[in-house]
Write a protein that binds this ligand. Structure first.
Ligand SMILES: Cc1ncc(COP(=O)(O)O)c(C=O)c1O
Length: 399
């Protein structure tokens, strides 16, 4: 069996260099722990960018997958299957008031693309915007995925440079800035797409009341409020969805990551029938979107969130983690911030050397951009595991 170094060499030789991973090879995982080929154990504090909220290989999700494999895995949407409709109903029940129709896809970026297409078509057919004039407003430092349309409105040069020409029809405004939103809206504005917390940008949390104001402005101007909850959704921030902290309901929500329970790419757009009706046969689709295996896994993934009260766990464990991290005082720590179990330490110097030290001591965490380290463990993490991690973080950052 190859060792870690050899596995990495295979990646480097045969895989495109579109990532700069931390040099750890994972061969096994269970709950909050992952293992390398040499048997070293790490606490996973990234959770595959919040796709593993339920913990690695949750037995009930694995069982659901195995059971479904005895029936049918893939049908395509050329036919109906016995899983999709029930799964979407389950998802919409969890989304609650304001959502009565869903469109399943696979990756987060596809869900975002779906939301963009839907919003534009709604703009033409319902709002009466002139053909090809629809505008969608987005925020600086956004992260919504990697397709050519999406990177065209990214403000991160690494994400967009060299991939033009970019799709027109997007306007970028500062995040957490209500005046900028009000100013940017024109009669052609069909949607405002925003993350309730900007995860990839370094866990940037808007001021209290921001989403409420956004909701009001979107309503007054007949603009769809599109919330990208792909990273913040499914209990990560202490509520089933992050916007529930603000008591608002968006018009459109993009979901992904933990919807697949850490096993499969499962994403969806949820909205209202009066908006989603703009999709008619032939206008959108995906071979795998809504495939029975994904629906079985998605159903189980949703059940775990509810049955194990992962929203409450994220709240209590998140408060403990955040409070303990805030107690670490050192000039190189600029700020510690977070909501639920989506936490970041922002440093005054580059974070990579510290993430490397954390790895050496058995904590898998990754910097977001250069100066922040994100801590987002699976929501099934226990108190003693947090305290163990805090001691190591203190040893490394405090010294
Ligand atoms: C907020 C947000 N939107 C969209 C995406 C894209 O999801 P995917 O990588 O599954 O395409 C991500 C991924 O990190 C994300 O955090």
């Amino acid at each position: 069996m190859p060792n870690s170094k050899e596995y990495i060499e295979f990646d480097v030789q045969y895989g495109a260099h579109n990532y700069h991973p931390i040099p750890v090879v994972i061969t096994k995982a269970k709950g909050v722990w992952v293992y390398d080929p040499e048997g070293k154990k790490y606490l996973d504090c990234l959770s595959a960018y919040s796709a593993v909220n339920q913990g690695h290989l949750h037995p009930k999700i694995v069982e659901a997958l195995e059971e479904q494999l005895k029936c049918v895995a893939l049908t395509s949407r050329a036919f109906h299957n016995d899983r999709m409709g029930l799964f979407l109903k389950h998802l919409l029940d969890i989304c609650g008031e304001g959502f009565d129709m869903a469109l399943p896809m696979n990756t987060g970026a596809e869900a975002v693309e779906t939301a963009i297409k839907m919003t534009r078509k709604w703009g033409y057919e319902e709002k009466g915007v002139e053909k090809d004039k629809a505008e969608i407003i987005v925020c600086e430092n956004n992260f919504h995925g990697r397709t050519t349309t999406i990177i065209g409105f990214s403000t991160d040069p690494d994400a967009y440079t060299g991939f033009g020409p970019y799709t027109p029809g997007f306007k970028v405004i500062p995040y957490d800035n209500i005046e900028a939103l009000e100013k940017a809206i024109t009669p052609n504005t069909v949607g405002f797409m925003v993350e309730p917390i900007q995860g990839e940008a370094g866990v940037l949390i808007p001021k209290g009341g921001y989403l409420k104001k956004v909701r009001e402005i979107c309503t007054v101007n007949n603009v769809l409020m599109i919330l990208d909850e792909i990273q913040t959704g499914f209990c990560r921030t202490g509520k089933m969805f992050c916007h529930q902290h603000d008591g608002i309901i968006p018009d459109v929500m993009t979901l992904g990551k933990a919807l697949g329970g850490g096993l499969l790419p499962v994403s969806a757009v949820v909205s209202r029938k009066e908006i989603m009706k703009v999709f008619t046969p032939g206008t959108h689709g995906s071979t795998f979107g809504g495939f029975p295996l994904a629906c079985a896994v998605g159903d189980a993934a949703l059940d775990i969130l509810v049955d194990e009260k992962l929203d409450e766990k994220a709240t209590t464990m998140g408060e403990l983690f955040l409070q303990k991290l805030k107690e670490i005082k050192h000039p190189r720590i600029k700020e510690v911030r977070g909501k639920g179990l989506l936490i970041a330490i922002e440093l005054t110097e580059k974070a990579r050397p510290f993430t490397q030290q954390l790895i050496d001591k058995g904590i898998l965490a990754k910097e977001t951009h250069d100066y922040a380290i994100r801590f987002a463990p699976p929501l099934v993490i226990k108190e003693e595991e947090i305290l163990w991690a805090v001691n190591i973080i203190k040893e490394i950052l405090g010294s």
